[in-house]
Design a binder for this molecule. Structure first.
Ligand code: FAD
Ligand code: FES
Length: 299
């Protein structure tokens, strides 16, 4: 593949008809974060120009040249949410290093190149008259939150982030616990959100229960909820939000093509005849919670 960018499969995901693009992206930042997290910033002008909050990139974790003679490990691309845009042309991802793909990405240094496809999928839908936007995130589900908060705050919404994890080490941001008041995430709060963070090991409560307790504080008109995190959290949130507030959820599924062709990433959705299946990579990853058939969705 030349340095020049190539379009990927036509019509596969992307926003407003733009993209996705396949390109050779240069690593411009690579930083180890606490616990097993890592931040990578890629120079990817075409992706940065049209990415929407909640969309993702699909990354070939080996050196680009090896795509024509693939090694056995990390044979498939790995999907990572676009965490935020870094003007003028940067795309930031935050990863929890889990397996071989994550380890390969975390070992990249500035100047290395990666073969990337993006932006992929349908991101979070936002609209101008959201009064209060409640963003709920669990664990590494915080990764796509910065871009979403920036978008919501720019549109004039009051943004409330309710975030949780089993322990402080399970998220890619620093936790600050003032002597008085709630635990917060300074890096995310700086983007324009009122942040509450709870860790099961310290505060001893699940974030979904914090949401349930605070639901009555929300105005009936003009509130909207957005969520990303483990399935159990999203399922409970769908119950809590049902009939009270519109909720969009970002789902994860193991992926192969990332372009809607192989159907390895389908999830069950409700339809007139019972249940149908939609792809997380192309129809999602963001869905209306009311659309998902939560009973059939594997945990
Ligand atoms: C749309 C989307 C966005 C994502 N965004 C992020 C992100 O911003 N940051 C991040 O750290 N991770 C994200 N993930 C998960 C990430 O893709 C996987 O962690 C990664 O592919 C694992 O690859 P690996 O080779 O490091 O680990 P592997 O060796 O492939 O797997 C290691 C462990 O991770 C689990 N795992 C692998 N893939 C997934 C998956 N898709 N969902 C849940 N568990 C998985 C495996 O079951 C195994 O236990 C996202 C996934 C999707 C589908
Ligand atoms: S990964 Fe192939 S259809 Fe989603």
């Amino acid at each position: 593949m030349s340095q020049a960018q190539r379009r990927a499969e036509p019509g596969a995901g992307g926003s407003a008809g733009r993209g996705p693009f396949r390109l050779r992206a240069e690593v411009v930042e690579s930083e180890a974060l606490p616990a097993v997290h890592h931040r990578v910033v890629l120079r990817a002008p075409e992706i940065a120009a049209c990415a929407q909050p909640g969309q993702f990139v699909h990354i070939w974790c080996h050196p680009p040249a090896e795509i024509d003679r693939p090694p056995c490990d990390a044979l498939l691309r790995r999907p990572y949410s676009i965490s935020r845009l870094r003007p003028p042309d940067g795309v930031e991802i935050l990863l929890r290093v889990r397996g071989v793909g994550g380890r390969l990405l975390a070992a990249k240094t500035v100047g290395d190149a990666l073969d990337v496809i993006g932006p992929l999928g349908n991101g979070f839908r936002t609209w101008p008259d959201i009064g209060v936007a409640v963003v709920v995130a669990g664990g590494i589900g915080l990764a796509p939150v910065p871009a979403l908060i920036a978008r919501l705050a720019a549109s004039g919404a009051r943004v409330v982030l309710l975030a949780g994890a089993e322990t402080d080490e399970k998220i890619p941001f620093r936790v600050e616990r003032p002597r008085a008041g709630r635990a917060t995430l300074p890096e995310v709060a700086a983007l324009g959100a009122e942040v509450t963070f709870v860790s099961e090991s310290v505060e001893g409560i699940l974030i979904t229960e914090v949401v349930a307790l605070r639901l009555d504080e929300l105005p009936e008109e003009g509130s909207a909820m957005f969520a990303c995190g483990p399935r159990a959290m999203l399922k409970r949130l769908a119950e809590v939000a049902s009939g009270h507030i519109p909720l969009q959820v970002s789902l994860e599924e193991r992926m192969a093509c990332g372009l809607g062709a192989c159907r390895s990433c389908v999830v069950p959705v409700r339809c007139d005849n019972g249940t149908a299946y939609k792809t997380v990579c192309r129809d999602g990853p963001v869905f209306d919670a009311a659309e998902i058939d939560w009973e059939r969705l594997t945990p």
